[in-house]
Design a protein around this ligand. Structure first.
Ligand SMILES: Nc1nc2c(ncn2[C@@H]2O[C@H](COP(=O)(O)OP(=O)(O)OP(=O)(O)O)[C@@H](O)[C@H]2O)c(=O)[nH]1
Ligand SMILES: [Mg+2]
Length: 350
């Protein structure tokens, strides 16, 4: 599962990438040649709680991959077009985190104009989605057996030309299937991240950008990239002290990672025992059989049942045995749709 950190030149993508991953990729005008990738662990206090209850030797958190998509300066104006390589990198992502610049960047002339940036960025994505649809339409316009595809593509083009993103177009599953090969950028889940100075937080989110996000039906979060990067660069002990001194319990980083996780439509099921307590990332709607396969193909092959206790019940009742006695352990079959926080013990036989 991969989330792309995207946005216009100098919006603070690499800074935020560093804050998330704890890596030290080069920021500023010199650092734009490369793409950076990093893995982040998704904070989940349930893993630690389970580890205490079960005396686990090890704790393992779910992981998500982040890609920092460098945007070379392509024009004087904001949004002077996004180069093919940037668009291609975004296409390979499962979700997009769009960084909007809300701070004065000394390397750029333009003052921060985040809502304009949002508009322009989204226009770029729409343009990029239109081109292959138009090509395809041209190619199949005379083919008698392609009438259905043609009308679908025409519907999409009309929608995009009205400057609306694909995610706001209702499609049935056959239509979604037909369009999947285009991997359209505006059909990807998107989270807006306003990168602003810490001093600006007191004022709350600026009204114009909040309204723009609401209008788009998108989630918007503010972050101070630079501050978060500095926090992430401290040793763990000092991070705690720093956050305590600022009277906050978790950095924006943790909140952001959790939001990005749900943006990717990910949930976690949990396993626990003396060896380890662990969170496993799966897509919403994953069956018990598929979830078993995430752990090991043998467990899926020899699947018997998934002994499942909701995390809250397990913690409240104190042990697996007590949960079982209280009737809170369910024996689920292969087709069971796994829920976030299910603590599962897979029974299998190979
Ligand atoms: N004051 C302030 N400066 C920031 C903040 N976030 C990033 N910067 C600075 O803005 C400049 C650009 O940040 P980068 O993280 O390199 O931006 P980018 O989006 O990766 O830039 P490109 O990859 O070139 O498109 C750097 O000098 C950062 O130190 C912030 O929250 N506040
Ligand atoms: Mg960068």
């Amino acid at each position: 599962m991969k989330a792309g950190i995207v946005g216009f030149n100098g919006s603070g993508k690499t800074t935020i990438f560093n804050a998330l991953t704890g890596l030290r990729a080069e920021t500023g005008p010199g650092g734009k040649a490369r793409e950076n990738t990093g893995i982040i662990k998704v904070p989940d206090s349930r893993v630690a709680e389970l580890a205490v209850q079960h005396n686990s030797k090890k704790q393992v958190l779910a992981e998500v991959q982040f890609l920092d998509v460098a945007t070379p300066q392509t024009g004087r104006e904001l949004g002077g077009g996004l180069p093919a390589q940037v668009l291609g990198a975004m296409q390979g992502c499962d979700a997009l985190v769009v960084v909007l610049r809300g701070f004065a960047n000394p390397n750029l002339e333009a003052p921060p104009q985040p809502s304009r940036e949002l508009n322009n960025f989204r226009a770029e994505l729409i343009l990029s989605d239109l081109a292959p649809l138009e090509n395809r339409l041209e190619r199949i316009k005379k083919e008698a057996d392609k009438a259905r595809e043609r009308s679908l593509i025409e519907k999409c083009i009309a929608h995009l030309e009205a400057e609306r993103p694909m995610y706001s177009l209702a499609l049935n599953s056959a239509e979604t299937q037909t369009l999947s090969g285009f991997s359209m950028l505006t059909s990807k889940p998107m989270l807006l991240l306003l990168n602003q100075e810490e001093d600006d937080f007191a004022g709350g989110l600026p009204e114009d950008i909040s309204a723009a996000a609401r209008g788009e039906g998108l989630e918007l979060m503010a972050i101070s990239g630079k501050l978060e990067m500095d926090i992430a660069g401290l040793p763990p002990q000092e991070q705690q002290e720093f956050l305590a001194a600022m009277d906050i319990t978790a950095s924006a980083r943790d909140r952001f990672v959790q939001r990005a996780y749900s943006l990717l439509e990910l949930i976690s099921f949990l396993t626990t025992g003396e060896d380890e307590s662990r969170a496993w990332p799966i897509r919403q709607g994953t069956t018990a059989l598929k979830a078993a396969g995430k752990i090991h193909s043998d467990i899926a092959r020899g699947f018997i049942r998934a002994e499942t206790i909701a995390y809250e019940h397990l913690i409240a009742l104190g042990s697996e045995k007590k949960a079982r006695d209280a009737g809170k352990m369910r024996a689920e079959g292969k087709e069971y749709i796994v829920q976030d926080g299910d603590v599962i013990n897979f029974r299998f036989n190979v």
